[in-house]
Write a protein that binds this ligand. Structure first.
Ligand SMILES: Nc1nc2c(ncn2[C@@H]2O[C@H](COP(=O)(O)OP(=O)(O)OP(=O)(O)O)[C@@H](O)[C@H]2O)c(=O)[nH]1
Ligand SMILES: [Mg+2]
Length: 406
């Protein structure tokens, strides 16, 4: 694992100290660099003393690089602009979390920690309750997601909310983003100064795109957006990833299609807190009612996930506006119930842990795969495993040994 530690790097060490200086007085773990020295590592103690053992170990380097003047100025400018609610600073900050550049990635983490500290202070003043509400919206291609966000969005900004809309486009990871493409730019809403719309980055892995989306949520909340909608198309794993980063997951289903549940993944229906049957207008009202009844019975068969809320199925039309205020009223009653019971806060805490482990898995696997010893042994071992000469268990042990030996 020294390889991994080395990768975390010198800059990580100095940046950790910067991160600490941004934490709020209420929640801070002031970093004392006079850490504990042990087995060639220096611990940066994220606590008042060594005894607390709340420590992060990184490889020592005598040459670690501090934030230089321009970097500090950039971060201060972004932070001040962001907290001040400036859209340009928010957009620039999101670009920073999306970057692939290693140093900029680290700067993005410093900024994020600072915004998180600010948000914790705000939550402290709000009786420990989150200051913003996050809603995920998913559904098959053409279900009417963008049209729905457009009308709901206009309604919400009209009521004085500040709304951020983020997109997770699974196709951006393979094709550069054709699936949602321009349609994420909702015409009216994008001209609304109380709304901020941001499409997915045009490339990266799904893990990367969803990571930057969850970090973008934090930035939007820091910039004062009190409602964050995350749109994704119901393809691949992106909807599960979105369900893991929001307070409420809403599934949008169009009324067309067969009698059965139109190939919608059963797993994702189980994650839905609310199902909205879209396009319930004109000739589509009758099929919309039928779909509503089908989903209502399907949901009854599912295990109850929450004490505070039973998933519901509603109908709405973005063209006639019918049912739209009612859908939002349901979403608000979910939020109020979940906040009052503390389930929402618990869900957020559990999500943080899930995310941390997702990121660890992704990172450790990529370090493993790029390790010179593993790369050298892998092709031959893979071949021998497929030939049945070496058992998968033995091959895995040998590779892990190669990984940890250097
Ligand atoms: N009749 C009717 N049509 C609608 C309604 N909402 C959306 N549509 C139509 O459905 C089509 C798809 O709508 P979008 O809002 O782009 O759907 P989407 O789910 O965002 O689509 P993708 O982003 O491509 O997955 C468009 O032609 C809309 O005009 C509605 O309430 N009623
Ligand atoms: Mg769309």
């Amino acid at each position: 694992m020294s390889h991994v530690c080395h990768k975390m790097g010198r800059d990580g060490l100095s940046l950790l100290r910067h991160i600490s200086s941004f934490t709020s007085p209420i929640t801070a773990f002031p970093v004392t660099k006079r850490g504990c020295r042990a087995r060639g590592y220096q611990s940066i103690v994220l606590s008042h003393s060594c005894q607390h053992r709340r420590a992060v170990s990184t490889a020592v380097s005598p040459h670690f690089q501090e934030l230089n003047g321009p970097e500090q100025r950039l971060l201060n400018k972004l932070y001040d602009g962001l907290i001040g609610g400036q859209r340009a600073s928010l957009a620039e900050s999101i670009t920073l979390v999306e970057t692939q550049h290693p140093r900029k990635k680290e700067l993005a983490q410093v900024l994020l920690q600072r915004v998180l500290a600010y948000r914790r202070e705000q939550e402290g003043r709000n009786g420990g309750k989150p200051v913003a509400f996050r809603v995920g919206l998913s559904g098959p291609p053409g279900a009417g997601k963008s049209s729905f966000i457009e009308v709901v969005g206009k309604m919400l900004t009209g009521r004085g909310h500040k709304l951020a809309v983020l997109a997770v486009d699974p196709s951006s990871c393979t094709t550069g983003g054709s699936l949602m493409g321009d349609k994420t730019r909702m015409t009216e809403l994008s001209r609304d100064m109380s709304a901020f719309i941001r499409p997915s980055p045009a490339s990266g892995t799904l893990g990367g795109v969803t990571r930057t989306t969850s970090e973008a949520i934090v930035l939007c909340e820091g910039a004062g957006y009190d409602i964050v909608l995350v749109e994704t198309v119901g393809v691949g794993q992106s909807e599960f990833a979105v369900a893991d980063m929001v307070d409420m997951f809403v599934l949008l289903i169009p009324p067309a299609g067969g009698d059965e549940l139109q190939g919608i993944k059963r797993g994702i229906i189980e994650r839905a807190d609310l199902v909205v049957v879209t396009k319930s207008d004109g000739d589509l009202v009758v099929p919309a009612r039928r779909i509503q009844a089908e989903y209502t019975s399907a949901l009854k068969l599912l295990r109850k996930r929450s004490k505070a809320w039973n998933p519901k199925v509603v109908r709405a039309s973005s063209h006639t506006n019918e049912g739209i205020p009612e859908v939002w009223a349901k979403i608000e009653s979910y939020r109020d119930g979940m906040l009052a019971s503390g389930e929402l806060q618990r869900r957020r805490r559990a999500q943080q842990k899930v995310w941390m482990w997702n990121l660890i898995q992704e990172n450790v696997l990529s370090h493993f795969q790029s390790h010179p010893g593993v790369r050298e042994a892998l092709p031959r071992l893979e071949e021998r495993v497929t030939q049945g000469v070496v058992s998968p268990g033995l091959a895995a042990d040998m590779l892990l040994r190669a990984f940890s030996s250097s």
